[in-house]
Design a protein around this ligand. Sequence first.
Ligand SMILES: [Zn+2]
Length: 553
Amino acid sequence: MNESDLVITNGRILDGCGNPWFRGDLAIQDGRIAAIGQPGSLQGRQTLDAADRYVAPGFIDIHTHSDLTLLVNRRAESAVRQGVTTHVVGNCGMSPAPISREHLQDMRTYWGEISAQPEVSWEWRTFHDYLEVLREGGTSINVASLAGHAALRLSVMGYADRVPTEAELSAMCSLLAEAMQAGAFGMSTGLVYPPGCFAGTQEIITLCKVAADYGGFYASHIRGERETILEAVAEAIHIGRAAGLPVQISHNAPKFGAPNDAHANLALVDAARRQGQDVTVDNDVHTDLAPALLHALPQRWQELPDERIIALLQEPEFRHQVREEIVLDRKPAFGPVGLLKHAQWQRITLLHAPQTPEVVGRSIAFLADQRRQEPFDVYFDLIVQNGSAAIAIFDYIDESNIRLLLQHPVVMVCSDGDALATYGFLNDPPPYSPCSYGEFPGVLERYVRDEPVLSLPEAIRKMTSFPAQRLGLFDRGRLLPGLWADVVIFDLERLHDRATNLFPHAYPFENYPHQYPQGIDFVFVNGSLVVEGENHTGTLPGQLLRHAAVKIR
Ligand SMILES: [Zn+2]
């Protein structure tokens, strides 16, 4: 028997396919799993005693927004310390490429402050060039990417709220073909955000046909996740059928205001699958999101500079109009706006408000009572006083729906977060993003160990082989000889997510600023050790993953 680089002994091996664990040795050689054998059967130049902990494939996070944070901090700290070894970027319609010179400023504004970081050079225009910038500097985790529909649209027609001309649509198709040739795994949309929300179904079908030509899939932040969630799921399924490609419905928990629980949208997915359509779902297990208060304004106002919006919100007429539009919600806005629409002011808790620090930790409902003011006026006043720096935690998802989604076999686990770090620009000020720090350990801690929502092998399957299958990555996501050695070793008893804050919120917030989880003891990416206990080794062994750029039809 040959000696390998490393043998992990004495572990409980979870293969990623949903099978119960078994005891065995796992050998790593040249970045790949060289062998798996009976306990004591394999020899290596080095041995790592797993001490009866679980040994599983590295987690694959199919829905992230790490497109630029990975350029700023290539160590992917908050991801890899959770045991995550692959991120999929370019979600919710937005990738940083392609981008035209003409609309570069729109793109920079979209991404906000991170756009001005020195590591974000914006020297790329094509999707290929962006991927090269990402690849050349290296990353600690593997990265796969989707081409964002909003980036295609922004490149060609900026924030125009209209149907594209034939020439514009064909220009978008060419940009997408270029992205697919460069290795994009498919196209994503964000149909509640500008400019994605300005696109009709037919535009997306036409583009999806291009992605389908290259064997890509369609990932969608659907057109409304509350009152219109079922129509929006149906639209995504229809797009997949019309264009002939698989569909991934992103972070598909019903948000406050949805008419039914998650059974209803899952029933549509099940029906499509029975008819032979490949539709799958991902979801994050957090009930909250912490956007700027400004982002609840109707989409057409969101692209205005702060000063302009602040000035407008001082006019009673404008306030009245905005309030009416929020309640009517004709072009469905993103999930958290449901809390304004349905007057759930006790579910909106202030997190940052530099000009009015006394409100931090208070809900809009509390402040309205205290000030004897209309909640909408309290909300607008905070924007006038703090601009886009006013940020609140919006608790807009019912945890019972999170459990329903976790238990359904077609739902995989995603974070919807990004790779962050507890130091540097990415923590200044600390963002509220529990999913970026605690998603995967949190699922295992709360929904596997502490409460029997799902079994350990099933949870691991939803984090590994299942997303790998969606991506067509058949050389990752499982523990089998010959596959890439993305491996995590964890202690289920010690596992602890130190980023999640359950609703209702106590102030100061229990797990904020966020910390890395406990109990993820070793993480290997392509055979190299990246996490050892509390330490990141600093290595950048991640690969830039490219979908086979082969035209299949
Ligand atoms: Zn989204």
